[in-house]
Design a protein around this ligand. Structure first.
Ligand SMILES: C[S@@+](CC[C@H](N)C(=O)[O-])C[C@H]1O[C@@H](n2cnc3c(N)ncnc32)[C@H](O)[C@@H]1O
Length: 226
């Protein structure tokens, strides 16, 4: 696929969350501006095309909504610990209109935390986008182990989080989360995430760091052997 710009993605997101369609205005605005903060444009080409996706900590369903709108997946399952986020994701679903005659992918959103048992099944792509720093340290390794066990052979795990190595910018994100999520977050070190993934039988395929506004990002892509 050709890579859309953050502003193009933001316009697509605005179509997924129209005003007055059941998503609170502040949450709607946060979704619309998120493509400027988080490099979804770089993540989209990594998705296994035509496959199934599990999105861990899916928030308001923005990522699955974009993947569905671009016809990248045939089905998707997202789960999140926030009931408000899951309600927004379910409301968003009605606004997915893939290009051309393509049928809308089947999406499902479940309210559950990572420590409350994961959905059944295995998937072509598993994604964990800006979730790990919200997860208690004692549960972080298990998130990667569970993600690995929910991948089909040949599947891809896309892990994206804030890069703690950039102290000032990571601190700004910490303040962002203190205000927005009212939570003191715990960054996982990329080296640990890679070690946990490899211990769970995954192979590291790529590592990248990048910046968007004042947000430092790290991206790790794992593959599961066939
Ligand atoms: C920064 S948002 C990212 C949402 C989405 N992945 C995205 O990129 O738009 C972090 C999400 O993680 C969810 N979350 C935090 N702790 C969680 C947990 N223990 N289990 C599941 N979801 C969790 C929050 O409710 C929130 O929706």
């Amino acid at each position: 696929m050709s890579v859309p710009s953050p502003s193009a993605l933001s316009r697509h997101v605005a179509e997924l969350y129209p005003a007055g369609a059941g998503v609170p205005p502040v949450l709607r605005l946060m979704q619309i501006y998120r493509p400027y903060l988080c490099p979804f444009d770089l993540l989209l080409p990594l998705v296994q095309p035509g496959g199934t996706m599990l999105d861990v900590g899916c928030g308001g369903g923005l990522w699955l909504g974009l993947c569905a709108k671009f016809g990248l997946i045939r089905s998707g399952l997202g789960f999140d610990s926030s009931p408000m986020a899951i309600a927004a994701a379910r409301a968003m679903q009605a606004n997915i209109r893939p290009a051309g005659d393509a049928p809308a992918p089947v999406l499902e959103f479940q309210h559950r935390a990572v420590a409350e048992g994961w959905p059944q099944g295995t998937f072509d792509t598993v994604t964990i986008i800006d979730v790990m720093h919200h997860v208690p340290v004692s549960q972080q390794r298990d998130v990667i182990t569970q993600a690995a066990s929910h991948l089909k052979p040949g599947g891809i795990l896309i892990y994206k989080d804030i890069d703690e190595g950039h102290r000032i910018k990571a601190t700004m994100n910490r303040l962002h989360d203190l205000i927005m999520a009212r939570q003191w977050i715990h960054y996982a070190r990329a080296e640990d995430v890679i070690t946990w993934g490899e211990a769970a039988g995954l192979e590291k395929l790529a590592f990248m760091d990048m910046h968007r506004l004042w947000y430092p990002h790290e991206l790790i892509v794992f593959g599961k052997k066939r």
